[in-house]
Design a protein around this ligand. Structure first.
Ligand code: IMP
Length: 177
């Protein structure tokens, strides 16, 4: 389906997003010790802007890792399969891990990734922070530990989120009517 940026409506503006992400970072800071390091895994590509903003406000020593996963393809709906991935990670045995993702929708992607990190990497603790929780679309048993916003079943773009690879660079969250 052809979409035009002119038809995009603003759902959350840039100032509100940054303010809310700072609040979420404060919540995360309160749940971890400042003496122990945390490994933060950014799920590419959608989480990139959320991740970059969030880590600026975290107080504990952190290590940054990146994985890439995709379940949507060029569509408004999940394909139902984790399609492409690159999961090269260092050993995470006994590490505290925080996964940072743009949005949890059906939960397929995060179900796959969380099982991989818990079982294969034997991390001590794995938590999940998302910018958006689309609870109403859930098909897998995934509950974020930290979520900036809960949204209804609408397709959003901007701040890392894309449609057909576009709109990730917007500093606000928009939707097509
Ligand atoms: P899930 O595996 O069904 O939970 O889907 C998660 C992935 O689908 C996210 O990482 C996004 O890439 C994509 N996704 C889900 N909802 C949206 C949306 O509203 N806009 C853009 N991408 C979305």
């Amino acid at each position: 389906m052809d979409k035009n940026i002119k038809d995009l409506k603003i759902l959350i503006d840039s100032n509100s997003l940054n303010k809310r992400i700072k609040e979420l970072a404060d919540e995360i800071n309160s749940k971890y010790s400042t003496n122990e390091h945390l490994t933060i895994i950014c799920v590419l590509r959608g989480a990139v802007m959320f991740f970059a903003e969030l880590v600026k406000h975290l107080k504990m020593p952190i290590k940054m890792e990146f994985v890439s996963l995709s379940s949507y393809g060029d569509s408004f709906k999940s394909s139902g399969k984790v399609k492409s991935f690159n999961l090269s990670l260092p050993p995470l045995k006994d590490e505290n891990v925080l996964i940072v993702e743009d949005i949890v929708d059906t939960g397929l992607t995060l179900d796959f990734l969380m099982k991989f990190i818990k079982i294969n990497c034997k991390a001590k603790d794995v938590k999940l922070a998302v910018l958006f929780d689309k609870k109403c679309a859930r098909k897998f048993d995934i509950e974020p530990d930290f979520a900036a916003y809960e949204i209804d079943d609408k397709f959003i773009v901007g701040f890392g989120l894309d449609y057909c690879g576009l709109y990730r660079n917007l500093d606000y969250i928009g939707y097509f009517e």
